[in-house]
Design a protein around this ligand. Sequence first.
Ligand code: PRX
Length: 707
Amino acid sequence: MAREQEAQGAQVSEAQIAVHWREEEYYHPPARFIGQANAADPAIFERFSEEHFPECFKEYADLLTWDAYWHTTLDASKPPFWKWFVGGRLNASYNCVDRHLATSRNKAALIWVPEPETEDTQAITYQELYKRVNEFAALLRGLGRVKVGDRMTFHLPMVPELPVSMLACARLGVIHSEVFGGFSGAACGDRIADSGSRILVTMDGYCRNGELIDHKAKADQAVAAARERGVEVEKVLVWRRHPGRYASKSPMVAGRDFFVDELLKDYRGQEVKPVSMPAEAPLFLMYTSGTTARPKGCQHSTGGYLAYVAGTSKYYQDIHPEDTYWCFADIGWITGHSYIVYGPLALGTTSVMYEGAPTYPDPGRPWRIAERLGVNIFHTAPTTIRMLRKLGPDEPKKYDYHFKHMTTVGEPIEPDVWRWYHSVVGKGEAVIVDTWWQTENGGFLGSTLPALKPMKPGSCGPGVLGIYPVIYDENRNVVEAGSGRAGNICIRNPWPGIFQTIWGQPERFVQIYYEKYCRDKDSKDWRDWPYLAGDGAVQAADGYFRILGRIDDVINVAGHRLGTKELESASITVEEIAEAAAVPVMDELRGRAVEMYVSLKPGLAPSKDIEDKVAKAIEAQIGKIARPKNVWIVPDMPKTRSGKIMRRVIAGISNFADVGDTTTLSNPEVVEGIRHHVQGEKLSRGQVPRELSPQEMEEIKAFGRAE
Ligand code: PRX
């Protein structure tokens, strides 16, 4: 990139370009909320101020039950491999289940809402959860060969069996690695191989948009994909969506595949003592996309992670044990791990899970669920909010529910969408937190503390308690608050929820997240090791951050990170394809969608058939979520003189935006032809563009700059 800038004679980095938008008005939390909030005394800011770091996090750790108390809050002697609560021992399953039995045995831990409205909602009490977790842990132990520190991959949809499986692994000290159920079998197989799992836990089928989806078929593909990478899955454990009734057409493989409901008969009532784990033992892996095709297995710890999600759930989600809390996300993503399962259950509250699509059978569904269950805390992503606004703008008014608190997470929310969320979904009664964070972080990094700071649509707020963010420019200078300039947002300090490493790739961990702004590689002082989040951001004079989006090659589709390299690698598995480039295109509902540009091998003619093959390859290798909006076959890609594809040029074309300076291209003449073809086609397909905001224009210009 540096060379390219030099070539262009650019004086400033694209992340530093000034961004202009209207400052939004503050909204203040309702008095009723403040009166009951867990954090209502401003003294809390002082307790978490920098001078009390790292001991401030004792307050979070003290929310847990420890088998042995720690002796060192933060051991920073091997940067950036931080160790939290060193010397402490605990079990996550015990903390989320067993310890609540004394006071809340028959209170609902999970309420599961199946997608078909004809099926009954299941309330699973803490006692019942205890039984299910123990029985499944006993089953896993009974299989033999499962020991502390082993990895186990799950490919499970939104069913109670998922948290049960997670907590059973945690009970045994086995590291779970859940792959989002919507991902393809091939993507699951890759993650199995990367983590070296020998057991895959899956389900025969699940309900989505009115259909019973055959899910077990993906397990067979996953096992085959893992085998190709040299990892043999020994056992596939298949939960059945309806016990006793197999919903898949895929045959069970004798000796390898087992129905969990059948095996469980031998373990009824069995109990497994929770294994007391060191605070630093890994609890789970969560894979995410990055700058290369190989996904990164983010390794999260037991003590630090659990303390961080319990603390942030208490103060930022304002969870009290008597609340009915619904995080409308998928447990297959970090949000679900932290804020459906571990955080809420550590606090002993009731966490609602919904199996299906937000608008099935109609866009009133979420509000019916909220009314029926008496949900008072609601948590979802902008993509869901946009969809519900579009398809049922007046639906919330028809239902008698009352939220005290709402969350948005996963992508920037447009102020206009925020206002609909506030006034229509929240009926003007609820406080909103816009929580900025990432798979790598365990829990929130930027948000307002709901009773103590006003909300500002489109901004996440300041750093959360104990998190000290800073924006740096490319030359390591601090970009001051209120300067109107954007830069790279970093966190200056370690925190308990930060991931420990990328599974099996410690060098990449250091390189991706710490190298850029590390002041001294030999330093043992954490102050020399700021964490690079990979997002562009601007800080207003009031200290609130506005997140602009990724600075690396990641496209955030409906709040889910897709790596351009992954999309491109999948495309070039189609034999006709010579080269491929993925770019984001603004999408009314999903925030961003993917568009693929591909060029063909010599002598081949473009065809609809090839376009379809590319889309299918992406769907098969990554999953439906990554399916491109359009595939454009171009005669040649715009390239720099050193042969790199200039993604910002094609991103500009796809978004009807400025393509920027093209004089440094080796083949500037191709640009007009591509523009003519793509924009003409888009208009004829009815994909009429809307005007981009200044912020979105900057995003497009900056796209691909990590190359
Ligand atoms: O670009 C930021 C965006 O989502 C990325 C992290 O994605 P993932 O690891 O999948 O985790 C999503 C849920 C924690 C970030 O780098 N992002 C996340 N939350 C916000 C956001 N962008 C703006 N505002 C947010 N609240």
